[in-house]
Ligand binder design. Structure first.
Ligand SMILES: NC(=O)c1ccc[n+]([C@@H]2O[C@H](COP(=O)([O-])OP(=O)(O)OC[C@H]3O[C@@H](n4cnc5c(N)ncnc54)[C@H](O)[C@@H]3O)[C@@H](O)[C@H]2O)c1
Length: 308
C-alpha cells in the first residue's frame, strides 16, 4: 500500500499500521522527498519491535501495484481556519494525485484523508474517473470514534459496548445519529431511563454532540494538528480493505439516490472490503436527522460549486 503525504497524519498512520501487522509493504511518498526519507528511516529503525513489514520511500510509479492508496497530502488546518477554507488549496493537490493514480491503472482502492475530506473525495472521484466504490474518504470514522469515547465516559461504559455514528460532513454540519445509537444492544432512548444516572439526558446529549464537533478545533489550538486518533481510524479502514473484513464504518462515499441524495460525497454507514464500499447501509433515520443530513449535503454541494 502507498501513503501519499508524510506529514503528521501520514507518518502517524504508518507508525500505527506498522505495529498492527496488517500490511506487507508500506510505501511512503511526499513532494518533500527529504521528509519522506526521514520518516522512512525513523520507522525502519523500529523494525525489530514490530511485525515484519517492508517500509520504503516510493514515487507515483508505485501506484500501479498498490491495493490501497491513502492520500494525506496537503496543507494542515491552521488555528481558526475552517476545513472549507482549505478547499481550493487542497483540491489542486488531491486532484492531481488522483489523476496520477488513475493513469497508473491501479486496481486498488483510493482513500482520501486530506481536508475538506468530503469535497476532496468528490474531486478525486471525478478526476480519476473511477467507480464510486473505489474512491472513499475517511469521512466521520474519526468523529464516530470521538462520539463513542464521549458517550462511554459520560455513561461510564466500556467504549467497545457503545455503537454510535456521526453522519454527514466531516466538519461543522456533521450530526449525531442518536436513533442508531445503542449501548450493549439497547437503544439509547431506552438505555437512558434504565441508567437514570444523569440529570436531563437531552441536554447531556447536546453537550456530547458539541464536544465531538469541537474536538478538532480544541486539539489543533492545543498542539497544532490532530494525528493519533485519525492514524488509528485509518488503520481500521485499512484492515477492512486489506483483509476484506466487511466492517461497517462511516466513510465518505458518493451517494447515488440513497437517502434521496445524489452527486455528493458524505458519511453514511458503509460496508468496506477489498473492493472499497461494497454496500451502503441506508437504514432509516429519524425525521430530524434526515433534515440534518440534507443540510450537510447542501453545505457540501455549495462547497463543490465554489470550486467552479
Ligand atoms: N479526515 C480526517 O479525519 C483528518 C484528520 C486530521 C487531519 N486531516 C487532514 O490531513 C491532511 C494532512 O494533515 P497533516 O497534519 O499530516 O499535514 P502536514 O502538513 O503535516 O503534512 C502534509 C504533507 O503533504 C505533503 N504534500 C503537499 N503537497 C503534496 C503533493 N502534491 N504530493 C505529495 N505530498 C504533498 C507535504 O509536503 C506534507 O509533508 C490535512 O489536510 C488535514 O486537515 C484529516
Amino acid at each position: 500500500m502507498v501513503v501519499v503525504g508524510a506529514g503528521s497524519v501520514g507518518a502517524t498512520y504508518c507508525y500505527a499500521l506498522a505495529q498492527s501487522g496488517m500490511a506487507n509493504e508500506i510505501v511512503i511518498t511526499d513532494k518533500n522527498e527529504e521528509l519522506a526519507q526521514g520518516q522512512v528511516s525513523d520507522l525502519v529503525h523500529g523494525q525489530p519491535f514490530f511485525p515484519t513489514v517492508i517500509i520504503r520511500q516510493g514515487s507515483p510509479k508505485d501506484y500501479s501495484d498498490a491495493n490501497l492508496i491513502v492520500v494525506t497530502a496537503g496543507a494542515a488546518q491552521k488555528p481558526g481556519e475552517t476545513r472549507l477554507d482549505l478547499l481550493k488549496k487542497n483540491a489542486a493537490i488531491v486532484g492531481s494525485v488522483a489523476e496520477e493514480v488513475a493513469a497508473s491503472r491501479s486496481q486498488g482502492v483510493m482513500l482520501i484523508v486530506t481536508n475538506p475530506v468530503d469535497v476532496l473525495t468528490w474531486v478525486a472521484l471525478k478526476r480519476s474517473g473511477w467507480e464510486r466504490n473505489r474512491v472513499i474518504g475517511s469521512g466521520t470514522v474519526l468523529d464516530s470514534a470521538r462520539f463513542r469515547h464521549f458517550i462511554s465516559t459520560h455513561c461510564n461504559v466500556d467504549v467497545h459496548n457503545v455503537h454510535a455514528y456521526i453522519l454527514g460532513e466531516h466538519g461543522d454540519s456533521e450530526f449525531a445519529a442518536w436513533s442508531m445509537t445503542n449501548i450493549g444492544g439497547i437503544g439509547i432512548d431506552n438505555y437512558c431511563p434504565l441508567c437514570n444516572a444523569c440529570q436531563g439526558w437531552k441536554k447531556e446529549r447536546m453537550n456530547i454532540e458539541k464536544q465531538v464537533r469541537e474536538s478538532a478545533y480544541h486539539i489543533i489550538n492545543a498542539k497544532g494538528s490532530t494525528h493519533f486518533a485519525v492514524g488509528l481510524a485509518l488503520v481500521k479502514i485499512t484492515a477492512s480493505v486489506l483483509r476484506s473484513q466487511n466492517s461497517v464504518m462511516t466513510v465518505s462515499v458518493l451517494l447515488n439516490g440513497e437517502y434521496g441524495l445524489s452527486d455528493v460525497c458524505l458519511s453514511v454507514p458503509s460496508v468496506i472490503s477489498d473492493a472499497g464500499v461494497v454496500r451502503i447501509v441506508a437504514g432509516p433515520l429519524a425525521p430530524e436527522e434526515m433534515l440534518l443530513l440534507n443540510h450537510s449535503a447542501e453545505v457540501l454541494k455549495n462547497a463543490i460549486a465554489s470550486l467552479g
